[in-house]
Unconditional design. Structure first.
Length: 105
């Protein structure tokens, strides 16, 4: 299980999808994909793969996961591993940073 950190841009896009009735199906798909991402970044329906033309601000590999397929403007999630944190008991907390929620052109 991963803890998800969201960039301000991701928070804004998610709120706009949530608040727009015309985007309800996209919102539901994105919400479901985020749930799967936190449980298992390589959950089969996400079709996670490295997005080679992009790096995180600190240079980590960025991954693309599908929130939707075969849908006009199908949404994608862009994310990277880290930065991990250390909990109060000294245990490692695995983090995924969600850096983008965008419709596929």
């Amino acid at each position: 299980m991963f803890v998800l950190k969201w960039t301000d841009e991701v928070k804004s896009v998610y709120r706009s999808l949530k608040g727009d009735a015309s985007q309800e199906s996209h919102y539901k798909a994105v919400k479901k994909a985020i749930k799967f991402l936190a449980q298992d970044p390589h959950y089969p329906s996400l079709q996670t793969h490295e997005f080679k033309s992009l790096r995180s601000p600190s240079g980590e590999k960025v991954f693309e996961a599908y929130a939707e397929q075969n849908t006009p403007n199908a949404y994608r999630l862009y994310w990277y591993y880290g930065p991990d944190e250390i909990g109060k008991t000294g245990n490692r907390i695995p983090i995924i940073t969600l850096m983008g929620i965008v419709p596929h052109p």
